[in-house]
Every structure is written in C-alpha cells, then in structure tokens.
Design a protein around this ligand. Sequence first.
Ligand code: LLP
Length: 426
Amino acid sequence: NDREFAWKDGTLWCENVPLKDLAARFGTPLYVYSKQAIVNAFQSYQKPLEPYKHLMCFAVKANSNLSIIRLLGKLGAGFDIVSEGELRRIQAAGCDTSKVIFSGVAKTYHEIEAALDADIKCFNIESPAELDRVIAVAQKKGKKARVSFRVNPDVDAKTHPYISTGLKKNKFGIAYDQAVELYLKASRSPELEVVGIDCHIGSQITDTAPFVDACEKLCTLLDKLRLNGIDLQHIDFGGGLGIQYSNEAVPSPTVLVAALRRVLVKRGYGDKEMIFEAGRSLVGNSGALLMTVQYMKQGELKNFCIVDCGMNDMIRPTLYQAWMQIVPVTPKKEEKETYCYVVGPVCETGDWLGKDRLLNVQEGDLMALLSAGAYGMSMASNYNSRCLPAEVLVDGNRAALIRKRQCAEELFSDEILVTDTQLGSD
Ligand code: LLP
C-alpha cells in the first residue's frame, strides 16, 4: 500500500531492507515501520499548509512509540494527547510540550495539573463540568489555561460506528447549541484564555465532504461568537484523512486543505491558524506487522492458517471488522492458493486477522499484515499472557529496534504475590 514496502527479488522489502532479514534478526510478531513513509506522510500535509498559519499535530494514540514521536517532533509536528501517559511520552521523547493539544472526555484533576505544568498549547474542553474543573485547577495553580471547545457538529462521517465521533448520540464534545453560552462563560473567566474551536467527527474518513460540512458549521459558530465579541485564534479540524487499506480512493491532504481553505476564505476566516490532529494518515501506511505461520489446519468447514500473531497484537480486524491486507513475504512461484482464515493463538473465536484469504503458505512461512502502523501496537494488550511484540524502525538500509520484545517475567513484574497471612485469615 505504500511505495516504501515493495517487492524486489521475489520478496517484500521495507525501504532497502528485506523483511525476512528483520524477522530473522528480531523474531515475530514484529512491527516494522518505514521512516521515509512517515516523513512523506507528514510532508503531504505540511506542504499544502505551508502558506497558512497552521499546526500539524500527531494524534499520539495512533502510535505512541517514543522514537516515532521524536521523529514527528523533529519534523515540526505538534501533538494531540488524551492522557497523562501520552504527555509523559512527549516529554520523554524530548519534544516540545508547547505544541501539545489535550483532547479527551475524562481529564482528571491530576492530568489537568500535569498539562498546566507542561504549559501545553491548549485544552480541548469536552463538557461544561470539565470547564469548571479546568478553571478550578488553573486558579489553584495560579496559571492561565488556554482553552478551546470541542464542539459536536453533528456530522455523519460515514465510517464505522465505533470510530464515528461527531454525532449527537456520541459521548464526545459539547452540544452545538450550548457552545456560545460556554464560550461566554470561559471568556469571562480570568483563569482562562479562549484560543480556539475544535471538532472531531470520526476516523478513517475517505471523503472531504464531512470535513467541509463540519468546517461550515464551525464557521457559523465563529460568526455567533464574533457577534458576542469573542474572536478566536485557531480552528482545529480534528483527525486526518483515512488511508488505503484495500482499494479505497482517499483524497490527498492537498485536496482536503484546498477544500477547507475555500470555506474559510469564503466565510472570512482565512486568517485563522489551521490545526489537524492526524493519527492514522501519518503512520498507518508506514507499518507492517510480520508473523510466522505456525500450523496449517483443515477444519471441517474451513481452512485455517494459524499464525503467531493474535488479536492482542492487532485488534483492528476483530474489533471493527477491518479488512487488512495479509501477504506472504516471499510468495511461492507455483499457484496453489487456497482460501483460508488467518487466525491467531488467542483463545477467542474473534481472534482472526483475515477471513477467506487466498494464500499459498505453509508452516514456517513469513507473512506481513500491511498498513499496520496506526492503532496496531498502540492497541496491543497482554491478553492470554502474551508478550508484546517488538518494533523496528527502518531508515534506508538500516534498521533499529525501537521497542524490545517483552519477556515473560515482565508480564507479571508489577504484580504482588501476597501470602495467605498478608490477606488475613477471614
Ligand atoms: N483527535 C481525536 C480527538 C481523536 O479522537 C482521534 C482518533 C484523532 C484525533 C485521530 O484521528 P485519525 O487521524 O487517526 O483518524 N482505533 C481505531 C481508530 C480510533 C480513532 C479514535 N480517535 C481504528 O483502529 O480504526
């Protein structure tokens, strides 16, 4: 799906490194990322945004590896975070917290304090109660908090219901009709500086229309705010575009930026700083997940290709019925393909990575699940006491381990083995 992953000499490469060499060196399951693909993806947004005031943020939840954060930070990215943990990652990666935007519906007192201490760019406020909490924490700390409201524009992003976030029925954002009142309250609060407006309508959106609709709605709110004497510095459009997993036609960021510019200029907001919080489109196509076939098994009704990679390593297929391409890394010459279900070791019927895939593979073969760079490793878990996979970053003909494979002892190193006496006799 990305030109950084290509076949050469009958085998799949990432940039100038054969994937089979990486599997031999680091084992499987293994996440492999192409640095060049991330750089290209970032620049595909940065270029069309260049002439305008903008901040291109990376939604850290898509891939939170420190080296990936650092790479994007060096390219000039800001960051969209949703927890203290993500803030600490930005700091640990040595990136600039003044470019951090804090989203999320459940920010705790402690998280708000930590973000104020880090002097982040802005809090995206998602409820009236959160507004009160941010005011209280800012007052206590004697610091001013920069805020923006995440407004729910009630736009249908026409994506999977689990990743559609901008509808009235979703838990996210503040109601559109409540926004002016809350902006007025915030602007009267000496603890706050009201700096922007934000929305997020969903993920894996493959059309510019929902973004344009949301932008129009935000502009209408900006009109109302202006009438009330409130002028904002930035408009945050939420996440980025979807990516190609199979044959989706996805518009380029250039097309998206042009469509949004038309709206902004038409509505008299051409001078506002444009912000994106893109996750998937910055890292999704940059990653592949390598796995080894453990067994081929002929079930009564289906053939199974059982691999060493499960839903704990990559949950997208079973959680969203997401179709992700799975290919043999070194395809066999003879065409003896059969339909099979690619399944993992986890004790759940939902532990599948692909259904009805035409494959010619056998025990020991290496396979790659493509476009795995976003919401892959960041959603991995230890279910079934499986160790988290390793991650490798490729740059040209070099490859560096950016996360070592977890070992069994680490699985329970935080656990406390209490004795019966410690628990008490009753
Ligand atoms: N900003 C906010 C407030 C978000 O909630 C999200 C994603 C993003 C930005 C980044 O959106 P993107 O550019 O990646 O579309 N795990 C799911 C996707 C969940 C997205 C949640 N929010 C998946 O694997 O498809």
